[in-house]
Ligand binder design. Structure first.
Ligand code: PLP
Length: 388
């Protein structure tokens, strides 16, 4: 099997399993306990936090461990917007882009539905890019928060985050970015990016599912979503998932050390794969920006097919990938991300996303591109059988 669905999830790395194992066995203590077992767990958690902080170039106290990317996004969007409005009742708007992951989009809609906020949705261009000028004109005196993703999970387009964050900073509005797909592939230095909050998920990086991090800048207040014993400096109550935090920190440090080399290597493989697919299926449409895209994502529409049928054929040929977001798998509705790019709903339903782990090889992608040509041909023949 050739696994080309790494944007959905990745296997846990051996080094990560080894790093977390002690905290699931001998050092199983509760980090809040005042005996030696508790202290060992607390030390593991502190090391994990320091490791994340080093990669993000922030202070350990600015790192909150969560149950994943979804919770980190919820905590950022709801937590920052609600805390800011509590301090100033006039702050009742949030700005997001039209292609956010549901974790951000639905959090913003919740603020609208339950708390009376207004959500300003920024359009994107045909490549999925948000314009700095459009952001500038959307920010108003009532804007409590801007949340724009670093890299899109369906089309791989990478936003000019530092430029977008600079506009928000100039207009004194906190800026959050969902870096779930960017982590491991793109620089994550929060000072260089100029962001106030940033979300990461462990399972996209070789750590287990159910692990995540929210960076939030020291002075930024957050209304917690989960109340209880006041763990994570009161931002996220609940006994900490020590092994999960150690796993995420280990995976993030490994990915960050490997990042420049792997990103360059995989980008070159991705470009060759895109060329092969476009040569094999001339009607294919590459979605997302040609160069401002994740090293690990190549996404297409195959007009005249159905994306789901192409996926089934590809799986028969030994290639596993997806039609876009794993969250929307099985849904018949065209992807809102592709529709936001201006792609017609019929074509959007023919989308297939190929996303790579850092261990992908050229041989894998050569075979996958050949399989794509075969699969698309078979689906087209089924759709319009030749007269016998
Ligand atoms: N944000 C983006 C861009 C994602 O791709 C995902 C997962 O696919 C998430 C958030 C949610 O992360 P998690 O699966 O850890 O909840």
């Amino acid at each position: 099997m050739i696994f080309l669905d790494a944007a959905a999830t990745t296997p846990v790395r051996r080094e990560v399993l080894e790093a977390m194992w002690p905290y699931l066995s001998g050092e199983f203590g509760n980090p809040s306990s005042h005996h030696t077992l508790g202290e060992a767990a607390a030390a593991g958690l502190a090391d994990a936090r320091a490791g994340v902080a080093e990669v993000l170039n922030c202070r350990p106290g600015e790192v909150t461990f969560t149950s994943g990317g979804t919770e980190a996004d919820n905590l950022a969007v709801k937590g920052i917007a609600l805390a800011r409005r509590a301090a100033d009742p006039g702050l009742n708007r949030v700005v997001i882009s039209a292609i956010e992951h549901p974790a951000v989009e639905e959090s913003a809609k919740y603020l609208e539905r339950v708390h009376g906020f207004v959500v300003d949705v920024l359009p994107v261009d045909g490549d999925g890019l948000v314009s700095v000028d459009v952001l500038r004109s959307a920010i108003r005196p009532e804007t409590a928060l801007v949340s724009i993703m670093y890299a899109n999970n369906e089309i791989g387009t990478v936003q000019p985050i530092a430029s977008l964050a600079a506009v928000a900073r100039e207009l004194r509005v906190p800026f959050h970015t969902d870096a779930v797909q960017a982590a491991g592939w793109l620089p994550l230095d929060v000072k260089a990016l100029g962001v106030d909050a940033l979300s990461i998920s462990g399972h996209k990086l070789g750590a287990p599912k159910g692990t995540g991090v929210l960076f939030s800048k020291g002075r930024l207040r957050l209304e917690p979503l989960v109340h209880g014993g006041g763990q994570e400096r009161g931002k996220r109550s609940g006994t900490e998932n020590v092994a999960g935090a150690v796993a995420l920190s280990t995976a993030l440090r490994l990915a960050s050390a490997e990042q420049p080399e792997q990103a360059a290597r995989v980008s070159a493989l991705r470009d060759r794969f895109i060329e092969r697919v476009l040569a094999g299926v001339p009607a294919a449409l590459l979605t997302g920006h040609r160069s401002h895209r994740l090293p690990s994502v190549a996404s297409f529409c195959f007009p005249g097919t159905s994306g789901e049928s192409v996926l089934l054929e590809l799986e028969r040929l030994g290639v596993v990938c997806s039609s876009g977001s794993a969250c929307a798998a099985g849904s018949d509705a065209p992807s809102p991300v592709l529709v936001a790019l201006g792609i017609d709903p019929g074509t959007a339903q023919t989308a297939v996303r190929f996303s790579f782990t850092s261990t992908v090889t050229d041989v894998d992608l050569e075979q996958a591109a050949a399989a794509v040509e075969t699969a698309v041909g078979r689906v087209r023949n089924l759709a319009s059988p030749q007269p016998s």
